[in-house]
Design a protein around this ligand. Sequence first.
Ligand code: NAD
Length: 256
Amino acid sequence: MKMLKGKKGAIFGVANDKSIAWGIAQMLHEAGADLAFTYAGEILEKRVRPLAEKIGSKIILPCDVTKDEEIKQVFQNIRQEWGGLDFLVHAIAYANKEDLTNPYIETSREGFHLALDISSYSLVALSRHAAALMEGRQGAILTMTYMGSERVIPNYNVMGVAKAALEASVKYLAYDLGPKGTRVNAISAGPIRTLASSGISGFKEMLHFSSERAPLKRNIDQDEVGRTALYLLSDMASAVTGEVLHVDAGYNIMGM
Ligand code: NAD
């Protein structure tokens, strides 16, 4: 049985075929969903368009989440093409390189605002537009976070603070949208090699450390996140909202 047959979803955050959002998208496509994709700038369009077309996507639009006009345009297009939306995947994060290298105490005002704007506020903005299209459809919203929100991960710095704000936003959005039947959840994934993670100083050590210490004694991959996303976005999770679900081979439970 195709769990998402007839469902329409928007995927924000594919940069290339290593992106977590692409791992999620492939799983949702296999489950029968129709997908719309966005890309952040012309350079990424060259990567995203062929991937999206490969799985039959007809809606492929630019969206820099710092630009309200571009966000508005995406949802206007979706309304015109589909008339509504069943789910939204938000897999977007950004911080300046120096803010993922220098001590956290050195974070500039500008770097702090940028990281929080792109990595946290964007979920609020996208959810507001998506919710309007989810009226009467039991919608579901999903974002991606990391354990650096809960504990200190050296070099994750301002991104950890942005992820803490993102996770708190998941709960407040779940409260706001719950009465309309729309659910909002996050997946807290273990480290995976991607374009974004390559910007974190010492990422190789993170991979090594977590595979050694995690109960399952290994790292995770995009497909495993994709399968959890399918669960959270489908009716299988119809009573799950405001949740942060760890997909990290169990790493987060360890004390020592
Ligand atoms: P990625 O580089 O493939 O994806 C990051 C995406 O953010 C890219 O598509 C990029 O275009 C987008 N983005 C950045 N600035 C943007 C802007 N201004 N407007 C619109 N989009 C913008 O890397 P990824 O690892 O797949 O990251 C996806 C999500 O997963 C992020 O939220 C990341 O923090 C989270 N995550 C990643 C890991 C990991 O180890 N890779 C672990 C846990 C959580």
